[in-house]
Design a protein around this ligand. Structure first.
Ligand code: ZN
Ligand code: ZN
Length: 356
């Protein structure tokens, strides 16, 4: 599995005319090597794979990353990289421009003045977009834990609790099911706060009449889940029903049409146009969805700006929303696997407006 992934990267490196490539993004490091430690760098050359890490992780790295020569560095990481590059007569080196600090860049620049270094973006991320069956099964498990957590929390939500208390219950439940952590800061946004697309749980009390948007997920064996449901406390008024219905129909429209061969833009446009036709276009300010895998936000992005073509086994969210400042908002989010003729929905929680 790792060999296949490394070869895909190596092909890209060769096409770019690079002798070697430095991988610093934690998710890319794990994806290519299997190494789960929090510190380390991969150096992939035309025919060798190195994993550089410090003394805390040497044994772990040797076990988790058998396809790599594990090299310990004690002092300067750049010095260690330099030694390998010189020994192998490497002349051109690519690095991940999104995952290097200015200090590391400067050290690299000054430490290896004879080697040409080239910034690259998204090399490994593009490979990660298409999942293998094992990855899909793991993400499905993470999604199931989130579904079960939603079912659990429905029995707990009541007026008088704070958003943070609800978030804590959700998180506790997911951890108790084997999740190692949440995949991002749990969003519990109630009342007027539900108009904040990223309203991380606060000390606000849940009140009668509130919409409560719950956007959450967990990490299970390294892979993320991500789902959103919006519920209402007490009988909804007409406006609440209307806004909820528009979001729901916009989501179903996208779900019914997604299939391999469509572009991310096209799918985004389906929900976006529908919401605009209903008069709420200006209140849907974010993309329709995003890839999910080792990272909770990864390629591709279902947005007006991404023309990536959907390919079977991409895993993406579909999450339209309407946010009315000062009033509240609704978002509904499912996690789906793109298939040749449609999709497989990994999120199983009910979507009709739930009244608590
Ligand atoms: Zn989400
Ligand atoms: Zn999301």
């Amino acid at each position: 599995m790792f060999k296949v992934r490394i070869e895909k990267l190596r092909k890209k490196i060769t096409q770019l005319g690079l002798d070697a490539f430095l991988v610093m993004a934690p998710e890319n490091r794990r994806y290519l090597s299997g190494f789960t430690g929090s510190s380390g760098v991969l150096l992939i050359t035309k025919n060798q794979n190195f994993l550089l890490t410090d003394f805390r992780y040497i044994d772990q790295a040797k076990i988790e990353a058998p396809d790599f020569q594990v090299i310990r560095y004690d002092g300067s990481l750049v010095e260690t990289i330099k030694n390998i590059l010189e020994r192998l007569f490497i002349e051109t080196l690519g690095f991940e421009e999104d995952f290097i600090t200015y200090k590391q860049y400067r050290e690299l620049r000054e430490g290896i003045p004879k080697i040409k270094i080239f910034p690259e973006a998204g090399l490994v991320e593009k490979i990660r977009m298409i999942k293998d069956q094992e990855e899909i099964a793991t993400i499905a498990r993470a999604a199931k834990v989130a579904d079960e957590a939603f079912n659990y929390i429905l029995g707990k939500i009541r007026p008088g609790l704070t958003e943070i208390e609800i978030a804590l219950e959700l998180e506790f439940f997911m951890r108790s099911q084997g999740a190692s952590s949440t995949s991002f800061s749990t969003i519990v946004a109630s009342g007027a706060r539900s108009a904040l697309p990223h309203g991380v749980a606060s000390e606000k009390l849940i009140e009668k009449g509130d919409f409560v948007t719950l956007d959450f997920g967990c990490i299970y064996q390294g892979y993320c889940s991500d789902m959103t449901r919006t519920v209402v406390i007490g009988e909804p008024d007409r406006k609440q029903r209307e806004v909820y219905q528009v979001v729901l129909e916009a989501q179903i429209l996208a779900l019914e049409n997604i299939k391999a061969g469509m572009s991310c833009q096209e799918i985004d446009a389906l929900s976006r146009t529908y919401i605009a036709e209903k008069g709420y276009g200006q209140y849907f300010g974010h993309g329709l969805g995003h890839g999910v895998g080792l990272a909770v936000h990864e390629h591709p992005s279902l947005s007006p700006r991404d023309n990536t073509e959907l390919v079977p086994n991409m895993v993406v969210t579909v999450e339209p929303g309407i946010y009315l400042p000062g009033w509240g908002g609704v978002r509904i989010e499912d996690l789906v696997v793109v298939e040749e003729a449609g999709l497989k929905n990994l999120t199983d929680s009910p979507k009709d407006l739930i009244v608590i």
